[in-house]
Design a binder for this molecule. Structure first.
Ligand code: T4K
Length: 377
């Protein structure tokens, strides 16, 4: 078999969606004329309203990034003590707890969805537990019904890190309809982005009210500051980019859908390679395409493939290796011990995020699949 030819330019896991430059420039001209750059300007108002509708959210507040949004959600819901979360996520998830002086309690994950295993939450609840911070990893929804059930029985708040779940719906209901608050990230690497940015979606008007104070230093008016807030505001330039990008988002989603279908067609049945398929009642974010490599059956480890693909100019990513529970700042926690996290410990060795963005062609995906095949032994 002849070895596949490397790409002549680097292929990353993602490239940011960018609007036609004149469309963005037109919005910048409006901003220039108005002389209004931040603090809830016109672009901010327009984007907040548009996203609330697009995400089918009851209430939505824009933020300067997803991490500050998540930190603010913990404040808004008065979380303290211990919060149960997943070790299989981006560092921001447990870090927002640490920044709120909350101890993350790591819970094992489901072997199929790779999200928090709802059946294992209860055994980790103590008198100090105030909430659950679950992540819709790669945009796959958590078992929202089971998580809500345990939360209701113990009076816990539920926050979803929906950083990867832009536009995800379950049976036509927006993903932020579940739990007390959901955070979306609008970082450049996300399907929808504002270069840096994020949002909190909540189901109660009072909570949005509190969040809007918290993200603006707690300022009520020129003379009253009603709570210790932070600066979480999205500025007008970020919001303008978001508004311009919104016009392209459905086209990008369709392109990615085709690429994911191509991956499926090329990789289905390849020994040792598997991937999670969402059921028909779930709307996909097409944020990531992630494979799992079973070293025994494929003949090579995930780490080998990750390195080998670089020789073809393909830069896959080991999201989310290592587990957060293995970071030096968390590994001393009792819940961080590998014996408590057997599924996560195995899953984290298998996952590899493959290139997925609208600029790729189906032929590119076909080539990447061939490169992957050539790694097998
Ligand atoms: N919770 C979860 C579960 C998250 O995944 C994240 C963020 C957050 C919370 C926090 O949300 P934010 O505060 O970020 O809004 C990237 C992103 O920076 C990060 O937002 C994202 N998750 C994470 C999964 O991915 P890195 O360190 O992997 O990014 P980087 O710089 O290696 O970029 C990945 C690839 O993307 C590059 O190889 C090339 C491409 N790229 C990247 C940038 C920044 C571009 O083509 N252009 C660009 O401008 O974290």
């Amino acid at each position: 078999m002849t070895s596949p030819q490397p790409f002549d330019k680097p292929i990353y896991i993602t490239r940011p969606l960018l609007p036609e430059l004149p469309e963005f420039v037109a919005k910048l001209e409006e901003i220039w004329k108005s002389g209004w750059l931040s603090n809830g300007g016109k672009m901010h108002q327009q984007l907040e309203a548009a996203l609330q509708e697009q995400l089918k959210a009851n209430h939505l507040s824009l933020f300067n990034n997803g991490t500050i949004a998540l930190i603010t959600a913990c404040q808004a819901l008065h979380l303290s003590g211990e919060v149960i979360t997943t070790p299989f996520t981006f560092p921001a998830t447990p870090h927002v707890l640490a920044w709120n002086d909350i101890t993350p309690v790591f819970c094992d994950i489901d072997p199929v969805t790779m999200n928090l295993d709802a059946a294992k939450i209860e055994s980790l609840i103590t008198s100090k537990t105030t909430g659950i911070l679950a992540v819709h990893v790669y945009g796959t929804p958590c078992d929202v019904a089971a998580i809500q059930d345990v939360a209701d029985r113990y009076g816990l708040k539920v926050i979803y890190d929906a950083a990867h779940a832009f536009g995800v719906e379950i049976d036509g209901k927006g993903i932020s309809g579940f739990g007390d608050a959901s955070m979306f990230s609008f970082h450049a690497t996300k399907l929808f982005h504002t270069a840096e940015g994020g949002a909190l979606a909540v189901n109660e008007a009072n909570l949005k009210h509190r969040i809007d104070f918290l993200k603006n230093f707690g300022i009520k008016n020129e003379e009253e500051v009603v709570m210790p807030g932070i600066n979480g505001k999205m500025n007008e330039i970020q919001a303008a980019l978001g508004l311009a990008n919104l016009n392209y988002i459905e086209r990008e989603r369709e392109k990615r859908k085709l690429l994911v279908e191509t991956y499926h067609a090329c990789l289905d049945g390849m020994p040792g390679i598997s991937f999670h398929k969402l059921s028909n009642n779930i709307r996909n974010s097409y944020q990531y395409f992630v494979i799992r490599i079973d070293e025994g059956r494929f003949g090579r480890s995930r780490d080998f493939v990750h390195e080998k693909l670089k020789e073809f100019n393909v830069f896959s990513r080991k999201y989310f290796y290592p587990l957060c529970s293995n970071y030096s700042c968390y590994r001393q926690l009792p819940s961080a011990q590998a014996s408590n996290l057997p599924v996560a410990t195995q899953v984290v060795k298998e996952c590899l995020a493959m290139p997925l963005y609208g600029e790729l062609s189906t032929q590119d995906v076909g080539r990447i699949a061939e490169m992957l095949k050539s790694c097998a032994r």
